[in-house]
Design a protein around this ligand. Sequence first.
Ligand SMILES: C[S@@+](CC[C@H](N)C(=O)[O-])C[C@H]1O[C@@H](n2cnc3c(N)ncnc32)[C@H](O)[C@@H]1O
Length: 292
Amino acid sequence: MESKGRHVERIPDVLAELLASWSSSGPDLNDYWRGICENLIECSRSMPATSFLRWPAIKQTMHMTHRPEHDTYYQFLLEHDRWHDRWSLGLQETPVGGYIPYKLNITTSPQLVQHNFHLAYFMACAGVDPLQVDAVLEIGGGYGAMCRLFRNLGYQGRYTIYDLPMFTEIQRAWLLDVGIAVDTESEAAGDATVRLCSDAEAFAEQAKASSGKTLLISTWGVSEIPLGKREALLAEAGRCHAILFAFQEAFGSVNNMTAFNEFMGRHSDTFTWRGGPIPDKPGNFYLFGTRR
Ligand SMILES: C[S@@+](CC[C@H](N)C(=O)[O-])C[C@H]1O[C@@H](n2cnc3c(N)ncnc32)[C@H](O)[C@@H]1O
């Protein structure tokens, strides 16, 4: 059950506590995300936390305003044969956080339209139902919207999100307020409890420990993380059952086309790869892997 912003209201205090031990230097964070984290702190000091989805640091990176491609995605969902029993339900937004309404349907947001599209398009191209897995590992989970979508669509299995500590805290607050149990003590948590993690090695261990089918998902997460850190995170990716990546061709000085091609090549014996340009989003690509 949603708790009307009880934890979200505390985001400024939690971020202030984190700031005391936060080091903005080091190879794990690039300049872009260092700037976003700094801006996030500024926003938390000057803007209401109950509508944190409107903060520039969030709107710019993970809760976007309307763009033309959202209409393409919405139309795709409307015409999909699972519209009635799946996507129409998945599109329902929560008031927690003050979402930006989508102009063609104000009960949803452009961001949630995009998230639903990722799953529907993956199903269509890869022939795998993303909900029919035993575990989901997400890298760079934003404020937790994809995780909430999985739960709203009825997925009950294990869900683990890896992210920067500040975003892990935002995920914790928002997910708790939308009625989803979360924990950082992964061993203690049952499958109904979402695991939040900021340690790359511990995250990779989750892939190792998972029995059954694991879906690895990262939409503009891996592609925005420094190359050195990606290696640790993806060390056990070959154990997964399926992979859903969305990425931009370059991020800062990193050529993602080269990086994702290398990743694909390393796992060409394990996965069948599909994907290609993301509809109506020039310079952005899907990479879908299904176990051979
Ligand atoms: C562009 S956002 C994408 C969020 C979400 N997946 C979506 O599609 O809306 C990138 C995500 O990667 C995370 N991220 C960026 N740099 C990171 C780093 N160095 N380590 C871990 N996570 C990082 C951000 O906190 C954020 O959750």
